[in-house]
Design a protein. Structure first.
Lengths: 162, 161
């Protein structure tokens, strides 16, 4: 973050190629996460309910749910920090910058939290669709953040302070 | 007062802090549900238990859990501490000591499973203490991080000095 906060033209130029590659890997990671969920059947409400819905007597929900949230929060945390920090120095309006970050963060928390709804409120309807929707919104917002960052760091020259 | 140079990063840092809180919370639940917070359960988890037909943990099984955590935990601590050092007004020596304690707790948590399984089952209480130490110190780091980005930190940010 220091090179973003205290930008020197020379250091920013040096940082540009690895940032571009990092952004490419971030996009790959996001797309791979979508593919992984699709492959596990977690992009349909029925498939998701089969994987994560608590069985009667599981007061805290299945362990698999907690493990998935544990890993998901790690990925979301680093993506939001890295892409959000890069977006902070992109020449886009505060509304777009803040809106995208807020949307991605809120959708990410909803994605992680939605499977706990039927645990807290047994029989809660539509939690699976809610989770899938939140995941897709978070994915699109993160991809948009990566795209905007790439538009800034992908070209030569110093990005403006926006 | 938040340093204006840091202000624009408050959003991403807050999102990161929120996700770290989720990670620490789920880690506590997983520890409680899979291993347990008492010596007997920890020894049964690693050494197996006839009563529940649980087999002892294999080396491959322990490594399957340890290897991703050897990347994830130090990376998480590194980034969190880096952010605290950068945006917070923590003095150098207390920061170094507290950071050392956090990293030491993380190392013990990861290594203790191997020691309990293959060398010394009596280490189980140390694993519990290390896990609680890791969770507790991480809570402090997150508190400092949130205080710094919300401007409630009394000392000036490090970058402003």
């Amino acid at each position: 973050m220091r090179f973003l906060v205290q930008p020197a033209p020379e250091s920013l130029e040096r940082a540009r190629p690895p940032v571009r590659v990092f952004l490419a890997f971030s996009v790959l990671l996001i797309l791979a996460a979508v593919a992984s969920r699709a492959a596990h059947g977690a992009l349909t409400p029925a498939g998701l309910e089969q994987i994560l819905e608590a069985v009667p007597g599981e007061r805290l929900g299945p362990v698999a749910l907690w493990e998935e949230v544990h890993q998901g929060a790690f990925l979301y945390g680093f993506l939001l920090l890295a892409l959000g920090s890069l977006l902070a120095v992109c020449p886009v309006s505060r509304v777009v910058r803040g809106g995208l970050l807020w949307l991605a963060t809120a959708a990410a928390f909803l994605d992680l939290g939605a499977p706990f709804l039927p645990v807290a409120f047994p029989g809660f309807p539509g939690w699976a669709a809610l989770r899938i929707g939140a995941f897709l919104v978070a994915t699109c917002a993160l991809l948009a953040m990566a795209g905007l960052a790439f538009a800034t760091f992908g070209r030569e020259g110093r990005p403006s302070d926006g | 007062m938040v340093d204006p140079r840091i202000g624009r990063f408050a959003g991403p840092v807050a999102a990161f802090a929120g996700m770290v809180a989720v990670i620490m919370g789920t880690a506590a639940v997983l520890f409680a549900r899979k291993i347990g917070f008492d010596t007997g359960h920890i020894q049964a988890f690693y050494l197996g238990a006839e009563a529940t037909f649980a087999p002892p943990r294999s080396l491959a099984g322990l490594l399957e859990v340890a290897v991703p955590h050897l990347l994830a935990i130090p990376m998480l601590l590194f980034v969190t501490l880096h952010l605290v050092a950068f945006v917070g007004g923590v003095r150098r020596r207390p920061f170094a000591i507290a950071a050392g304690i956090t990293f030491a707790c993380a190392a013990v948590v990861i290594a203790a499973g191997f020691v309990i399984r293959f060398a010394w089952p009596g280490l189980a209480p140390i694993k519990i203490a290390a896990f609680l130490g890791l969770e507790g110190t991480m809570l402090v780091w997150l508190g400092l991080l949130v205080a710094a980005i919300t401007g409630s930190e009394a000392a000036p940010p490090r970058a402003a000095r």
